[in-house]
Design a protein around this ligand. Structure first.
Ligand SMILES: Nc1ncnc2c1ncn2[C@@H]1O[C@H](COP(=O)(O)OP(=O)(O)OP(=O)(O)O)[C@@H](O)[C@H]1O
Ligand SMILES: Cc1cn([C@H]2C[C@H](O)[C@@H](COP(=O)(O)O)O2)c(=O)[nH]c1=O
Length: 213
């Protein structure tokens, strides 16, 4: 792979059930891409922008608020719209590589598959929300919920507090979506951190080669 090909800017999102190891792997990938010449912008969905972080706080930490599934879905979408317009689209336009902790696929898995919102509704609001900005590659870290759940500790946020059965539905949803959502690499996240990172780097190299054709 030439330098020009390897430093082609990318938009990569990381997803999976809570505690799958997304932040750990995203940080390791940042180092590798930076060494390769990429200028990396990190973000998280929901969050990163001021509006997005406030929506995140409401969604995850204001447990006293009862949110209907549609309200929850739309709040995640609203945070994402702000993230796309303020951070992701400008970063891509200026040739930077974006690594984002979660993106639209999480809405489809959590609010669609696991919470019962019609999948076509989530997809169509999602299409409007991202306004053509979609990841070049989604890294889906897959592992059983009973391995991930103990990693979360005792202080669970509003989504984590939905419990193991909910996380099971989320996981199944992610795996179903991986068959239809564009450019998903499913990585076995039960392995050790270095082995997972090496599989992720393999998936990124493969995608860079496809995009260079
Ligand atoms: N492959 C692994 N094996 C064992 N422990 C791991 C592995 N990857 C991450 N961990 C540990 O699991 C915990 C959760 O990891 P991390 O924060 O990266 O996950 P996350 O998917 O970003 O979590 P969340 O969804 O809660 O934000 C951390 O304590 C981390 O050190
Ligand atoms: C984008 C998005 C996220 N969620 C859930 C997934 C997690 O439980 C939290 C985010 O916390 P993390 O520490 O950043 O993983 O929110 C969701 O339900 N729907 C979404 O669209």
């Amino acid at each position: 792979m030439t330098n020009t090909q390897s430093a082609r800017p990318l938009f990569i999102s990381f997803d999976g059930i809570d505690g799958a190891g997304k932040s750990t792997q995203r940080d390791l990938l940042t180092q590798w891409l930076t060494d390769m010449g990429h200028e990396v912008v990190l973000c998280r969905d929901p969050g990163t922008t001021e509006a997005g972080e406030r929506i995140r706080d409401l969604l995850l930490h204001r447990k006293e608020l009862e949110l209907h599934p549609r309200t929850e879905m739309l709040l995640y979408m609203a945070a994402r719209a702000q993230l796309v317009d303020d951070v992701i689209r400008p970063a891509i336009a200026s040739g930077k590589t974006v690594l984002c902790d979660r993106f639209l696929l999480a809405n489809i898995a959590y609010q669609g598959h696991a919470s019962g919102i019609d999948l076509e509704d989530v997809r169509s609001v999602g299409k409007f929300t991202v306004d053509h900005v979609m990841p070049d590659l989604t890294i889906l870290l897959d592992l059983p919920e009973d391995v991930a759940f103990p990693r979360l500790g005792k202080n669970l946020d509003r989504m984590e507090a939905k419990g193991v059965a909910f996380m099971h539905r989320v996981r199944e949803g992610f795996l179903k979506e991986a068959e239809v959502y564009p450019h998903v690499a499913v990585i076995d996240a039960t392995q050790d951190i270095e082995t997972i990172q090496s599989a992720i780097r393999g998936a990124v190299s493969k995608r860079l080669e496809e995009l260079a054709k």
